[in-house]
Ligand binder design. Structure first.
Ligand SMILES: Cc1cc2nc3c(=O)[nH]c(=O)nc-3n(C[C@H](O)[C@H](O)[C@H](O)COP(=O)(O)OP(=O)(O)OC[C@H]3O[C@@H](n4cnc5c(N)ncnc54)[C@H](O)[C@@H]3O)c2cc1C
Length: 527
């Protein structure tokens, strides 16, 4: 061989020959050649090995389905055990006639029977860098559309600011940038820095400030077309908004609470959603999984045995047991404390240290798409009222009706909405909506609300890890207890509350299993 230095590419080729594409992936990650965002396409597990092949997957949410799909493909004998009457876990889309599994309250979704009228009560957005979930949407043939998350024509609304009137996000953002840029411009113009700028830098900075804030040639901000037209602009001359007063803007809270969240990559455009509802991802898995998915099968005990795991579950009232070689468990960590098991004490402490988040959403069927008359197509309005947000649908544009999100609270420990009846929640949301869109209540035909703390088999949303818990238990919980029991789900990830986190955890567990199976195979081949 002429090559003296081993190129990275050549090295990866050698690794691949020895350990398969999973090993290439792992090595590429270790060499810093791949980001932690695109591996699923590379996941090529070794076929079920001599160390055992019977697998129990606990929970048919996104993480459980991912594991089941991958293991079944390489010859494992998989059984999925799900407590609820449905698959999907927190991935829940509500349509005409669907029952909401809220504990203690009866609710049926009364939307019209129309495929465009659905409400994503759990996941609703997929960002472009969530490569695992996007990979599965592709291979499972789940069509996606672009979801407008940020609509500059939507509003920011603060009851105690700007006379309680909604302001277009475009206007707020243009003014915020303009006013900030004007300050920078003045400071540069007056050379008010400790280290004076060179003449060239000064010119560039002034230019930068003018373009950043759409300032006039003298460096003053007097409003901007970026805020949108107040009137005219087409057949008649445009009239622009005068800029907001800086003090009023500084005292308001949109910049502090929400405006920069658009720059968080999870919310940055473009986002995607599954055509016809996010549960089409779940349906995609179910279509492609042949293994049994037992519904109404609640796990009641998990016992590590020397060479496997015994799982006892109640299936439609009958007590059953499965003795599996491996168990992949996505049961919410806060349920594990009450579920008899013999997992190691430190492992159990780790599970007990995790807290569950709150989450609440309302979906409203509107008899007309009145927001489109206000130039709003997708995106969301932010409000200081308890409903938090209003979302406008990206699907069904110019149709007759539409489903809006009428409230979205993620961290409300007061459980304000949870304590109301479903009717009270809708009425409350309707009154809040009135302050942003006069006449809002009259458009509401029906509504449905989902308080995740009260949802059967869930009782919460994303997992909250304290820094101490992360430090002490994360690595431990990623490891299989007894080499056989894997805890999975977005709860065992750095990206809880996202399907990508659930899949990342599934992937970690699968790669660990693969490592063990390969090691066992090589021992048995040597033997
Ligand atoms: C309001 C809300 C908004 C969200 N928004 C987004 C978003 O925009 N984008 C995104 O990607 N993600 C979003 N998520 C997060 C996403 O829904 C989750 O990350 C993902 O669905 C979690 O999947 P999982 O498999 O880890 O857990 P789960 O879906 O919680 O699955 C756990 C399963 O275990 C079952 N189970 C419980 N107890 C037992 C038992 N004893 N025996 C057997 N089975 C049991 C449950 O019924 C459930 O099916 C959102 C979630 C919520 C609630």
């Amino acid at each position: 061989m002429k090559e003296k230095n081993l190129s990275r590419r050549h090295f990866l080729g050698l690794v691949g020959a020895a350990g398969g594409s999973t090993a290439v992936y792992k090595t590429a990650m270790a060499l810093g050649l791949m980001q932690d965002t695109g591996p699923m396409a590379m996941l090529e597990l070794q076929r079920a090995g001599p160390a055992g092949k019977k697998v129990a997957v606990l929970g048919a949410g996104i993480s459980g389905l991912t594991v089941a799909y991958e293991l079944e493909r390489v010859g494992y004998d998989v059984t999925i055990i799900e407590a609820s009457r449905r698959t999907g876990g927190r991935n829940l889309t509500l349509r005409h006639g669907d029952r909401v599994d809220e504990m203690g309250q009866q609710q049926v979704c009364n939307f019209d029977d129309d495929p465009e009228l659905y409400f994503n009560a759990g996941p609703a957005r997929i960002p472009g860098h969530h490569r695992r979930i996007l990979h599965y949407c592709k291979v499972l043939e789940v069509p996606l559309i672009v979801k407008a998350n940020i609509g500059r024509n939507a509003y920011t609304h603060e009851e105690d600011h700007f006379d309680g009137k909604p302001m277009r996000i475009a206007q707020y953002m243009a003014d915020a940038r303009g006013l900030l840029a004007e300050l920078v411009y003045k400071a540069v113009d007056q050379n008010a820095f400790d280290q004076p700028l060179s003449a060239e830098d000064r010119e560039r900075m002034l230019y930068f400030a003018r373009s950043f804030g759409d300032l006039g040639s003298s460096g003053a901000y007097n409003g901007s077309m970026r805020a949108g037209y107040k009137s005219g602009g087409f057949g008649r001359p445009a009239e622009y908004y005068a800029g907001t007063e800086f003090g009023a803007l500084l005292n308001s809270h949109f910049w502090e609470r929400s405006s920069f969240s658009f720059e968080n990559p999870d919310w940055g455009e473009p986002l995607m959603e599954a055509v016809g509802g996010m549960d089409n991802i779940v349906k995609g898995f179910v279509r492609n999984i042949k293994s049994p998915i037992l519904l109404n099968a609640q796990v009641q005990s998990i016992q590590l045995q020397g060479d496997g795991v015994d799982v006892i579950y109640n299936h439609n009232g009958e007590r059953k047991k499965i003795s599996a070689d491996y168990c992949f468990n996505s049961i919410p960590s806060h349920f594990m404390a009450g579920l008899p098991n013999n997992l190691p004490a430190e492992y159990r402490k780790g599970l007990n240290s995790l807290k569950r988040g709150f989450g609440f959403k309302i979906g409203l069927q509107m008899k007309e798409r009145f927001w489109e008359r206000e130039g709003i197509y997708g995106g969301m309005t932010f409000t200081s009222q308890r409903i938090g947000e209003i979302w406008y649908p990206s699907n069904g544009i110019h149709g007759k009706k539409g489903i809006m999100l009428g409230a979205y609270k993620f961290y409300d420990p007061t459980e304000f909405f949870d304590r109301m009846t479903p009717e009270e929640r809708i009425e409350y949301a309707a009154n809040c909506g009135e302050k942003i869109h006069p006449g809002y209540s009259d458009y509401i035909e029906s509504g449905v609300s989902v308080p995740w703390r009260r949802m059967n088999h869930m009782m919460g949303c994303g997992t909250q890890w304290s820094a101490e818990a992360r430090e002490r238990y994360y690595k431990l919980l990623q490891q299989p207890a007894g080499g056989r029991h894997y805890m999975i789900g977005d709860q065992i990830s750095y990206h809880s509350s996202w399907q990508e986190g659930a899949m990342a955890s599934a992937e970690d567990a699968l790669l660990d299993l693969d490592k063990r199976v390969r090691a066992a195979t090589s021992i048995s081949m040597k033997g």
